[in-house]
Design a protein around this ligand. Structure first.
Ligand code: CDP
Length: 232
């Protein structure tokens, strides 16, 4: 098989998908799309308009109306990409604690997912891509050439999220972050539409105790290994 066109990386909150996905894309010269940023942008739009996170109909309309654009960084402030919501730079706003709190409720609405998945598939159709999220290998790109399920224990993920926030000067108690991660894990895994789970043909990569560099190597090895296996 030729080099992969589509690489799907799924996994729970704080597993390092965004960091590792961006590095894999950079290494291979592929487009990188963090689909979590899209659901976060819809959640932020809902908060700004005062929409109830349980208002499925209103959220569906909103998801179809808003224009979300994700592209290369426009400011050098540590961001991996820039997110525009109707032209407004929301790159950091979508990472707020308020968004963390409602995003999984917003993301379980079928009409919201339909609108996002359609855009994600269009982007994937344009060329070589590393796409990260919860349902990429199972629903968005079931035919992806490589499927990786990146995971780590909840305690490790809470620790990493704490470090990530601290690097941006935001301090939040570890216990609170752990509770938040477990709550999102539960909502994301138990929802009816596109629940978080590894695709049958995904390779699970456990990153407890791995540094970013080591986790990147583990993922790149999977990409290369499957390549080698498919040649034989
Ligand atoms: O960065 P973190 O792992 O905390 O989360 P994220 O990838 O930014 O995703 C935020 C939320 O969006 C998740 O908790 C899911 O509820 C939702 N999401 C989803 O439902 N499907 C995706 N493909 C990506 C994210």
């Amino acid at each position: 098989m030729a080099t992969p066109r589509t690489i799907a990386i799924d996994g729970p909150a704080g597993a390092g998908k965004s960091t590792i996905g961006a590095l894999v894309a950079e290494r291979l010269g592929y487009l990188f799309l963090d689909t979590g940023a899209m659901y976060r942008a819809v959640a932020l739009a809902a908060l700004r308009r005062g929409l109830d996170p349980d208002d499925g109909e209103g959220l569906g309309v909103l998801a179809r109306e808003v224009r979300i654009a994700i592209g290369p960084p426009t400011v050098r402030d540590g961001r991996a990409y820039t997110v525009l919501l109707d032209g407004d730079d929301v790159t950091w706003a979508i990472r707020s604690a308020e968004v963390d709190l409602v995003v999984s409720q917003v993301a379980r609405i079928p009409a919201v997912r339909d609108a996002m998945v359609a855009q994600q598939r269009t982007l994937a159709g344009r060329g070589r891509v590393v796409m990260v999220g919860r349902d990429i290998g199972t629903v968005v790109l079931p035919g992806a050439d490589r499927k990786i399920f990146l995971t780590a224990s909840a305690a490790e993920r809470a620790r990493r999220r704490g470090e990530e926030l601290a690097a941006r000067g935001e301090v939040r108690p570890r216990q609170e972050l752990l509770r938040e991660i477990l709550r999102r894990d539960r909502l994301d895994s138990e929802r009816v539409m596109s629940p978080l789970r590894p695709a049958q043909d995904a390779i699970v990569v456990q990153t407890d105790g791995s540094t970013v560099g080591q986790a990147l190597e583990q993922v790149l090895q999977v990409v290369r290994k499957t390549e080698a296996e498919q040649r034989t």
